[in-house]
Design a binder for this molecule. Structure first.
Ligand code: ADP
Ligand code: MG
Length: 246
């Protein structure tokens, strides 16, 4: 039975979409059959992060409404075996979506994939709630600045209220000198959010480059960000992987 992993944050721009693309590519490279779904309708851009902008013809609303089956709606990533993608609708009012049908879609996904990564919209509104309606794990992404950390703490608490029992924290865009500058540490971030650490991802200009090249980040194997995402994916899959010290 597969696992549904929602990637969320309070604040926008922390790196949710980048994280979904990177973790799902890594899980696929590790041999797990993986699906990633864009749940950020209106502002969808997971297709960019995967280098799959030509694959947004069908979306999860087509599946929920019964217009197409799951298999037809999902597109296989051309450059990464084991990885599939399902787009968000260009526009959608989450308040009007039938939650039971979304839950059913995630149950079907569990039957067909080992992992499903969900790119949640920013904030803790109806889109966040819909994305979490049938989740096994919530990965909360934050950067090292205080507004982002406080919003991550709030997002974690709402995810718990929604019944998600397993939460993990990903600290992204880490610049160690910035942490020293404001005399904060990763332990402070863990304490404030109350969430167990999944991984630390450095600020890396190659993430910008990968987007521009239309290539998944995992293709840049020697980049610190790529192998830190790979380590985080291994931890998600249950392996014991020591934390990389910056
Ligand atoms: P979100 O989905 O949370 O809004 P994105 O994944 O779209 O955030 O990332 C926001 C911006 O930050 C994008 O331009 C992305 O390329 C960049 N970015 C994300 N993670 C990193 C990182 N570790 N280093 C450098 N840039 C990053
Ligand atoms: Mg995004």
């Amino acid at each position: 039975m597969g696992k549904v992993i929602v990637v969320a944050s309070g604040k926008g721009g922390t790196g949710k979409t980048t994280t979904v693309a990177a973790l799902s590519s890594c899980l696929a490279v590790l041999g797990h059959k993986t699906l990633c779904i864009d749940f950020d309708s209106g502002m969808r851009n997971l297709d960019y992060a995967l280098g799959m902008t030509d694959f947004t013809v069908m979306d999860y609303m087509d599946v929920i409404s019964g217009r197409v089956d799951l298999d037809t709606a999902c597109s296989e990533a051309p450059k990464i075996p084991n990885l599939s993608f399902l787009s968000a609708p260009a526009d959608c009012n989450e308040d009007e979506v039938d939650v039971e049908k979304v839950k059913k879609m995630f149950d079907d996904i569990r039957e067909n994939f080992d992992y499903c990564l969900v790119d949640a919209p920013p904030g803790i509104g109806s889109g966040f709630k819909l994305a979490h309606c049938n989740a096994d794990i919530s990965v909360i992404v934050t950067t090292g600045d205080f507004p982002s950390i406080r919003d991550a703490a709030r997002a974690a608490s709402v995810a718990r209220e929604l019944g998600v029992t397993k939460l993990r924290l990903l600290v992204n865009k880490v610049i160690p000198s910035n942490f020293r500058l404001i005399r904060t540490t990763v332990d402070d971030v863990i304490d404030t959010t109350g969430v167990r650490l999944l991984g630390l991802i450095p600020e890396d200009k190659y993430i910008f480059r990968a987007l521009h090249d239309g290539l998944p980040l995992i293709m840049y194997k020697k980049r610190k960000s790529a192998y830190n995402f790979l380590d985080s994916a291994r931890r998600l899959a249950g392996e014991e992987v020591p934390l990389y010290q910056f």
